[in-house]
Design a protein around this ligand. Structure first.
Ligand code: SAM
Length: 269
């Protein structure tokens, strides 16, 4: 059993690192925005916006007649998002399962990019998304695929299996979804499922330290946080050896697989 997820481990350093290394999530997020066909003038809600890299790109797309709000529980990341926004979008602290201050039927599009696998009550999050969408509005998420793990997670899982007391360490996110579960959740929240596929991404990292920094920043400090200093160092050393074996011409090559799922709120009868 891995330790529970904490939202208290974030730091200025991790938030800044995410801003630099989260370009991987940014790039697949742009693909989600394409699948959702976000248009100029639309109102968009970005749930789990992090430091606002994708939120900013969406605000560029919706333009001056659009409206974009990012919500994230991590205050340090929201601060960076607000700095980035410069009035072009808004960002505030909040959680996917508790969007009580967001009005009903206001948005054209709601999305969660690399977020829903961290959310304990995913149905509540999607029900909120449904509520705040206009009739006919679109929702979508990308999530780590339970049936198609990232290369890094495969390597790490094999490594952690060596020692019983390493089992407490988290691999990936706690609430990863299968494609089937992604569709069931969208339907249970009231959506007609419009898209459901797994896409693969080829990542390349210059160093093992960069892989580890990316994993820590993406998990807001939860990556290997269950291990004490000495055990953590040992696992990082072993992980480094395993990852160096994957070095190719572009650097350390790791594939990531993400489920892309979208749904439409039925139009008003
Ligand atoms: C990997 S980051 C993705 C950030 C951003 N969406 C992007 O595409 O770069 C995951 C984000 O999920 C947020 N998150 C975690 N639990 C959440 C929750 N319960 N509700 C909303 N966001 C959550 C984290 O704070 C973090 O910013």
């Amino acid at each position: 059993m891995s330790t529970p997820l904490s939202l208290e481990l974030d730091s200025v350093t991790l938030a800044e690192q995410y801003d630099r290394l989260g370009t991987r999530q940014f790039h697949h997020g742009l693909e989600l925005i394409d699948v959702l066909a976000v248009q100029s003038g639309e109102k968009v809600l970005d749930i789990g916006c992090g430091t606002g890299l994708l939120t900013e790109a969406v605000a560029e797309r919706t333009g001056p007649d659009g409206e974009v709000l990012g919500i994230d529980p991590l205050a340090l990341r929201v601060e960076l998002a607000r700095k980035r926004a410069q009035g072009r979008f808004d960002a505030r602290v909040g959680r996917a399962e508790a969007l009580h201050d967001v009005p009903d039927a206001h948005y054209d599009v709601v999305y969660f990019n690399s977020v829903i696998h961290w959310v304990p009550d995913q149905l509540a999050a999607l029900q909120h998304a449904f509520r705040v969408l206009k009739p006919g509005g679109r929702a979508g998420f990308t999530t780590m695929s339970q049936e198609a793990p990232h290369d890094l997670h495969r390597v790490l899982r094999a490594l952690l299996a060596r020692e019983p007391h390493w089992q407490a360490a988290r691999v990936g996110a706690p609430h990863q979804l299968t494609q089937e579960r992604a569709a069931l959740l969208l339907a249970a929240a009231g959506f007609n499922v419009t898209h459901n596929e797994i896409r693969e991404f080829d990542d390349a990292f210059d160093t093992v330290d960069e892989v580890i920094a990316f994993s820590r920043a993406s998990s807001f400090g939860n990556f290997l946080s269950a291990l004490d200093e000495a055990e953590g160092a040992r696992v990082r050393q072993l992980l480094g050896d395993a990852l160096e074996a994957k070095r190719g011409p572009r650097g350390i090559a790791l594939k990531r697989r993400m489920t892309f799922a979208t749904g439409r709120k039925p139009a008003a009868q």
